[in-house]
Design a protein around this ligand. Structure first.
Ligand code: HEM
Length: 334
């Protein structure tokens, strides 16, 4: 037996489509059948443009799991927990399925999303759909380079991969998505030096501010999580800009993958409530969260053949060189 993982770790994409869906009652078989075929659909659309790196990652929400699968629920799968700080809130919004399509071209994401929705027509309700893009040189709409401190190689694998703590689902991952809307007028009224103190990095060069210059309520300070033993806990993000100039809507679609939702939840707590409470992330004074959902990202192997109850596996991603061998045959199960 071999373990196939979903294509969570990729080079940063230029375009993405995010779909959050609710599965209608009675449509579980149709949804599950589509999930079994989604890797094949991705190959069919993407193979014709291999340089443009089309990929699709599927997440399953807590309330959908037992409707779709007989297998026991993954240990840490639960609904997204809303947060309320003194000034800012993060709402929890429903989602049974998340599709994260990404590529170097939007048309590939669009076509795959179209094929998926054709299969699901009448069986799902679309709760949210966002077409995202990278702004110039890997920037978000606040004008800052976004994604720099993502872990790479074996650190990225370790950051996102479920291991022995839930052996039945080794090789899987968790993902949180949140849609943020920016008050760009207020942001642009801020001098660049002050924007840099909000983010914690220089705007043009992307260099991190020194500890002395970086405020405790900067975004980078708020999202840096260090365990008592000094270990930094990381996640893998692939945020995308989105918007509609005609409607004066400007946003960032946050997407973060992790081996456990706990790390992302700790970051969110520091951002919205603050540590100590009241020390909220200043990025929130210019960014409002309007959605929030948590999903489990099973292995590709599970999606394609969920019938047998999952058994203990060797984590597929723990290769000596830290490479992912994405979509390829992985180590044999022991
Ligand atoms: C309005 C939404 C957001 C925007 C515009 C944004 C933007 C940024 C930018 C520009 C950086 C600095 C460059 C980089 O390392 O990527 C950054 C870093 C980071 N962000 Fe966000 N972010 C957003 C939301 C979030 C959320 C919700 C989380 C986690 C729950 C998060 C986690 C992180 C982490 C872990 C880092 C790296 C910190 C470090 O180690 O230096 N971000 N973000």
């Amino acid at each position: 037996m071999v373990v196939l993982i979903q294509e969570v770790l990729r080079e940063p994409a230029k375009a993405a489509v995010f779909l959050v869906l609710a599965v209608r009652p009675g449509s579980e078989d149709t949804a599950r059948a589509l999930l079994e075929d989604v890797a094949g659909l991705t190959r069919a659309v993407g193979f014709r443009a291999p340089d443009d790196q089309l990929s699709c990652v599927v997440g399953i929400g807590a309330s959908a799991w037992s409707r779709l699968y007989r297998a026991p629920a993954p240990r840490e799968l639960h609904p997204f927990r809303a947060l309320s700080g003194a000034k800012h809130s993060a709402p929890a919004t429903h989602g049974d399925l998340l599709f994260h399509f990404r590529a170097r071209r939007l048309d590939l994401c669009f076509e795959l999303a179209r094929q998926v929705m054709a299969r699901l027509a009448g069986h799902v309700k679309v709760l949210d759909e966002v077409q995202g893009f990278k702004y110039f040189d890997e920037r978000d709409l606040l004008g800052f380079v976004d994604g720099t401190e993502n872990p790479t190689g074996s650190k990225a694998v370790a950051a996102i991969t479920v291991g022995d703590e839930d052996p039945a689902y080794a090789g899987s991952s968790y993902v949180v998505v949140q849609k943020y809307l920016h008050d760009l007028d207020a942001w642009q009224a801020l001098p660049v030096a002050e924007q840099e103190r909000v983010i914690g990095r220089e705007k043009i060069s992307d260099f991190e501010l020194s500890d002395a210059d970086k405020p405790a309520n900067s975004h980078v300070a708020a999202t840096t999580i260090v365990d008592p033993d000094g270990t930094e806990r990381q996640i893998v993000r692939e945020n995308m800009a989105f918007g509609s100039p005609g409607a004066a809507e400007f946003g960032t679609y946050f997407i973060g993958y992790a081996a456990t939702p706990d790390v992302i939840e700790r970051m969110l707590h520091r951002m919205f409530v603050g540590e100590p409470p009241g020390n909220h992330d200043r990025i929130l004074d210019f960014s409002t969260a309007v959605t929030g959902s948590l999903f489990f990202v099973p292995t590709a192997e599970f999606l394609e053949d969920p019938s047998p109850a999952p058994t203990r596996t060797t984590p597929a991603t723990n290769t000596a060189d830290g490479s992912l061998g994405i979509g390829s045959l992985r180590r044999s199960r022991t």
